[in-house]
Design a protein around this ligand. Structure first.
Ligand code: GTP
Ligand code: MG
Length: 449
């Protein structure tokens, strides 16, 4: 055990609620708990007790429940006491104050989870998953966090490490006992390294999706005036947020609203119609629209499908085509003769913001473009920290493959390089770590977790 002192914090937020939780972890947890709570002599672990919570003078603070988790069978791996008073802010504060009086100190953010990590109860990816789970805003984000928490990434990382360690030990044996051990087939080494590289690359690809699931998508709607951008915006969010009119240049400033598309949080942006104008304010709005396009993860380019595409549309498209926009022909309800229409672009989604036709198709297309459509229970999405470690490992292994002839003649160097890549993978689960990394991860937690 690394930390010796005993910590205390509220595990539930300080807002009036039915029940609150105060958690105490460390060597003195039980003795402090006994001073705060009237308990029977033969206290059993993992059993719920009902009773009075009292302060240092013996005055009753509240009544509530009490549970004792004996080390190492607890979240932190230390003795833990949890007291459940009513969710009254002054009551919870008072219990913490008394616990401090009896010898605990207030916990730092994430300190309970940090202790769980330091005591080997969870690895680093699982600790991060707890923070993700608490922060999750949608079911999809919480599911991804639970997958991490269950150790699905840890398991994959372990498989990769095992492959590399196996290679290292084979090469080492060959170096140390050249007479007794058969030379390893270079093709076997190469094939294994290539397999590991491929699996790392697949995991690295999940970073962007993970970021979108956790933080959400930024989606900007652009096009020339009057094509129905604001109408589409309103239709997608489900209420009349933006002003709609048949006057060109209705939207001046950009408007932002949040919605959830199939479990993914989306920040939707309606922007000013782009055209040449002398109006000073409209000009600023158009400038902003183009800036928003640049910031967006994905862009919807809207034109009026009842009129078709003209020069002005194409000029706007030129400006934003590097964003690979989804092309939407709006006002499809006004199309008179469908066979006559040619829309210049190959892939056009025809919708109507008025009748709501094909909006579901548009939503699907948005997720599809970002590779977020497939659902899978085993999904793991890596974060930036994982990504960087995977990248370091991959770069080393790719270098070996590139100069394979050299390395196969220099087995010592080969062995060292593979070990180095393996160490980068260890960083992910936290076998190797630094105070900086830990500070960074646990500092992001809320108090009491
Ligand atoms: N029939 C029909 N009319 C639509 C549809 N979408 C928008 N309109 C009409 O088209 C006009 C312009 O709509 P807006 O949503 O204000 O257009 P905008 O692209 O936001 O225009 P600016 O803000 O000026 O750039 C309004 O009169 C809308 O009622 C549609 O799908 N079908
Ligand atoms: Mg508008």
């Amino acid at each position: 055990m690394v930390e010796k002192d005993t910590i205390v914090a509220n595990a539930t937020p300080l807002i009036p609620s039915a029940v609150g939780i105060v958690r105490i972890s460390g060597e003195k947890a039980l003795s402090i708990g006994k001073k705060l709570f009237s308990l029977p002599e033969n206290l059993e672990e993992r059993k719920v007790y009902f009773g009075k919570i009292t302060d240092r003078k013996g005055d009753v603070i509240d009544e509530g429940l009490f549970v004792f988790f004996k080390a190492p069978r607890s979240f932190t791996g230390e003795d833990i006491v949890e007291i459940f008073p009513h969710g009254s802010v002054p009551v919870i504060k008072k219990i913490i104050e008394e616990a401090i009086f009896f010898g605990a100190r207030i916990a730092e953010p994430g300190e309970f989870t940090k202790r769980a990590f330091l005591n080997g109860k969870i690895d680093l990816t699982q600790a991060e998953a707890i923070a993700d789970l608490i922060e999750a805003k949608t079911e999809k984000a919480s599911k991804a966090a639970v997958n991490l928490l269950e150790g699905k990434l840890s398991k994959k990382v372990k498989e990769l490490r095992d492959t590399l360690l196996e290679l290292v030990s084979l090469i080492e044996a060959e170096i140390n006992f050249p007479e007794d051990v058969e030379e390893i087939d270079p093709d076997l080494i190469k094939a294994n390294l290539e397999k590991v590289i491929m699996q790392i690359e697949n995991l690295m690809k999940t970073y962007r999706q993970g970021q979108l699931i956790r933080e959400g998508i930024k989606l900007a709607i652009v096009g020339k005036p009057n094509v129905g951008k604001s109408s589409l915006f309103n239709a997608l969010i489900g209420y009349e947020r933006a002003i709609v009119s048949n006057i060109k240049g209705t939207t001046r400033d950009f408007i932002e609203e949040r919605l959830i598309i199939k479990g993914i949080p989306v920040k939707l942006l309606d922007t000013a119609g782009i055209r040449k104008t002398e109006d000073k304010i409209e000009k600023i709005g158009i400038q902003k629209a183009l800036e928003k396009v640049n910031e967006a993860d994905i862009v919807i380019f809207v034109f009026d499908a009842s009129e078709g595409i003209d020069e002005q549309d194409l000029e706007i498209f030129e400006k934003i085509k590097n964003k690979n926009p989804i092309i939407v022909g709006n006002k499809s309800d006004l199309i008179l003769d469908k066979n006559k229409k040619k829309y210049y672009f190959k892939d056009v989604i025809l919708v109507s913001s008025k009748t709501l036709k094909n909006l579901d198709l548009l939503e699907e297309k948005i997720l599809q473009e970002l590779n977020l459509l497939e659902e899978s229970d085993t999904d793991v999405y890596i974060n930036l920290r994982h990504y960087e470690s995977f990248k370091k490992a991959k770069d080393i292994l790719s270098k070996i493959i590139k100069n394979f002839e050299f390395y196969i003649d220099q087995k010592e160097i080969l062995m060292l390089e593979i070990s180095e890549a393996e160490k980068n993978l260890e960083e992910i689960t936290g076998q190797i770590t630094t105070e900086d990394v830990l500070g960074n991860i646990f500092g992001k937690f809320c108090i009491g977790k």
